[in-house]
Write a protein that binds this ligand. Structure first.
Ligand SMILES: [Zn+2]
Ligand SMILES: [Zn+2]
Length: 342
């Protein structure tokens, strides 16, 4: 049996093939058909550069680590056939000190689909069929929409930054950047009962943040932001811009916390590190997630969040190139979905 599979052949070049399914499923894996996937900023780095954060792909790979699937063959594992499952893409070793502590994001030998850091690379989810370890999959409640469930992984990353920042009920939180991660951090912080404000260059992105829980927003370069100084218990940096990091240092209150959710790229922009000392700011990093994957699935299952407000586009697997081009143009507000062929 063949299935439709996208492959990143080189920078900005996504091919589509009809691939054969392997006859045998690895004993610890289950076989799924794609329900919905979504494009991550990391996928876009690979799309643009065939590399991410200095790690180059050794050969063409199928991108995509955010997805949910329907069980086609449980391969002897305890999954009802046809069930919709959330997929945690972090394949942790399960045995190292980090894994035993529950810090699966720190596992030195963890594997991750569609990533140059996993060697040999594992194909990701922008394809109609795939096998994945059963222990990474979780059956969800009836009625959960795949278009929402695909956000479990990025929402978990965003919720991890909210937890790393120590956000609690009643906190004033500023999120710099309303790209997909900023929007999901808005959802995560609002779910904690925080008062969430946002900044972004695009008015439409601010509107999307307001639709999912932000109570105020400022358009950078247009609105007067002088009143934001020293106002926030926690600032979550989600834009990747060093300018926004300086803005975060300005906006956080004395002895407040700046949590870094984005990968701020190397640049010549000076960072006002002295402010960190003067205000006794705690700066804390955040990568992937730990227990937040389950928290994210539970929040999605609750049906209390309007994830439709942050869907920026839908493309079939065979149009993965067009989906990536659309994202690369910077026109999309919210997440772009990759869906099964008709
Ligand atoms: Zn992601
Ligand atoms: Zn481990």
């Amino acid at each position: 049996m063949t299935y439709t599979k996208s492959i990143l052949n080189a920078a900005r070049d996504v091919g589509v093939i009809q691939a054969d399914l392997p006859e045998e499923i690895a004993p610890d894996h289950i076989r799924m058909r794609l329900a919905t996937a979504s494009i991550c900023g990391t996928d876009m780095h690979y799309f643009r550069h065939f590399a991410n954060a200095g790690f180059f792909l050794d050969y063409p790979v199928t991108l995509g680590h955010e997805a949910c699937g329907y069980v086609e063959n449980a391969n002897g594992h305890d999954f009802p056939e046809g069930a919709l499952v959330a997929i945690n893409p972090v394949i942790q070793c399960g045995e190292c000190d980090a894994c035993l502590r529950g810090d699966i994001n720190m596992c030195p030998t963890k594997r991750f689909p569609g990533s140059a850091t996993t060697k040999p690379h594992i194909d990701g989810f922008f394809r109609d069929r795939f096998d994945f370890p059963a222990r990474c999959c979780r059956v969800v409640k009836q009625g959960v929409r795949p278009e929402h469930l695909t956000f479990a992984e990025p929402l978990a990353c965003a919720m991890h930054s909210v937890n790393r920042g120590g956000v609690t009920k009643g906190d004033k939180v500023l999120i710099t950047g309303c790209g997909p991660m900023g929007l999901l951090a808005t959802i995560g912080a609002a779910a904690k009962g925080a008062e969430v404000h946002v900044t972004d260059l695009k008015p439409e992105a601010i509107e999307a943040a307001k639709a999912v829980g932000a109570s105020a927003g400022w358009v950078i370069g247009k609105d007067d932001m002088s009143g934001l100084a020293n106002q926030y218990d926690v600032v979550i940096e989600a834009s990747g811009s060093p300018h926004a990091y300086n803005q975060a240092l300005d906006a956080v209150r004395k002895q407040g916390t700046v949590a870094i959710l984005s990968l701020i790229q190397p640049s010549e922009v000076p960072v006002n590190l002295h402010v960190t000392a003067l205000k006794e700011i705690k700066t804390i990093g955040s990568i992937l997630f730990t227990h937040e994957f389950d928290d994210a699935v539970t929040l999605i299952e609750s049906g209390t969040v309007d994830f439709d407000a942050i869907i920026g586009g839908r493309f079939p697997v065979s149009d993965t190139q067009a989906a990536c081009d659309f994202m690369a143009d910077g026109k999309a507000v919210g997440k772009v979905l990759i869906q099964p062929e008709g």
